[in-house]
Design a protein around this ligand. Structure first.
Ligand code: F6P
Length: 345
């Protein structure tokens, strides 16, 4: 039985660990594995290669994806679905394992509704996918962002400055909340709660008046800012669109830093972490989660459990309907901010 695997969307640490796990388990099931290059594009262009134990050995700890990735969505390409169906038939592919985030898994959901045999694996540093408690890649990104916040602390303290650290996460604040709590940030700004910059400035002034001469502000890239309590919210984008046609986020850190300096007179700097959060080796936690997802996804193919994805519930790996992943964004619950706020004084 031939099974194809693809990685789509933004890369994240742990993708290679999933691929390796799928291929290892596949050899126990007697599947022949095929790697599709650059996400769904691999099916559209009929571009693939054979995956074996040998070609997937030594990749567990490596960042990125040996398959390559893209945000190409077959449903937005002329005759995309027909081309995918033809490639599947021509190559005798029994099932496709799609490893991806929001975009890839929504396409996977539609493909499965069209009758194709699809199994999903959720991935993203943003941890915004519904239907799974965590995605792999998130723990690595949080570790990197936390280390950055730790490092910013010492230099902010020496210079008695405010430092604003902008982290990724798209429209949710998981990375900001975790790295902010773990790194002891003095303010955490997230998309779930519009940020009133006047309130932030007043808070920093109160800290300063209490003898705390430096502050760390963690801001998620998707945070909507308000110049005052009365004014409307503004999402900061680069003005450009990504491959999937979505606005590219970024730049909110600069605005927050400028406004803090203007309103408080405190010297303020900004540090934008960007793709550093996505590159490099996965943490041990992400390698284990990715490996468990990979083995489970392969077993799902063996059981004929299609239209579902591997998911984490508590500490168990379960099968969840693909449509659940993108039904709604998994936002950070309020309790997390309440915990963080205890330390904002
Ligand atoms: O979804 C992962 C992510 O890193 C987001 O946090 C970020 O907004 C986006 O991808 C950046 O994408 P790109 O690689 O296209 O710049």
């Amino acid at each position: 039985m031939k099974v194809a695997v693809l990685t789509g969307g933004g890369d994240c640490p742990g993708l290679n660990a999933v691929i390796r796990a799928i291929v290892r388990r596949a050899s126990e099931h007697g599947f022949e594995m095929m790697g599709l290059r650059d996400g769904w594009k691999g099916l559209l262009d009929d571009n693939h290669f054979r995956l074996t134990r040998e070609t997937t050995s030594g990749i567990l700890h490596r960042g990125g994806t040996i398959l390559g990735t893209s945000r190409v969505n077959p449903f937005k390409v002329e005759n995309g679905l027909e081309r995918v169906k033809r490639a599947i038939e021509r190559n005798g592919i029994h099932a496709v394992i799609a490893i991806g985030g929001e975009g890839t898994l929504s396409a996977a959901t539609r493909m499965s509704q069209e009758g194709l045999r699809i199994v999903g694996v959720p991935k993203t540093i943003d941890n915004d996918l519904n239907g799974t408690d965590f995605t792999f890649g998130f723990d690595t990104a949080v570790g990197i962002a936390t280390e950055a916040v730790d490092r910013l602390h010492s230099t902010a303290e020496s210079h008695k400055r405010v430092i604003v650290c902008e982290v990724m996460g798209r429209h949710v604040g998981w990375i900001a909340t975790y790295a902010g709590i773990a790194g002891g940030a003095d303010v955490i700004l997230v998309p779930e709660i519009p940020a009133d910059l006047e309130a932030v400035a007043q808070h920093l002034q109160r800290r300063n008046a209490g003898g705390r001469t430096f502050s760390i502000v963690v801001v998620a890239e998707g945070t909507r800012i308000k110049m005052s309590a009365e004014q409307g919210e503004q999402l900061v984008t680069t003005g450009a669109l990504d491959e999937a046609g979505r606005p590219r986020l970024g730049g909110v850190g600069n605005i927050v830093a400028q406004e803090i300096e203007r309103r408080t007179g405190f010297e303020t700097r900004v540090s934008v972490l960007g793709h550093i959060q996505r590159g490099g080796a996965p943490t041990a936690h992400d390698r284990v989660l990715a490996t468990r997802f990979g083995v489970h996804a392969c077993d799902m193919v063996a059981r004929g459990e299609f239209g579902k994805m591997a998911a984490l519930r508590g500490n168990e790996i379960v099968s969840e309907h693909l449509s659940e992943a993108t039904r709604e964004l998994k936002r950070v619950p309020k309790e997390f901010f309440e915990v963080a706020q205890v330390f904002f004084g």
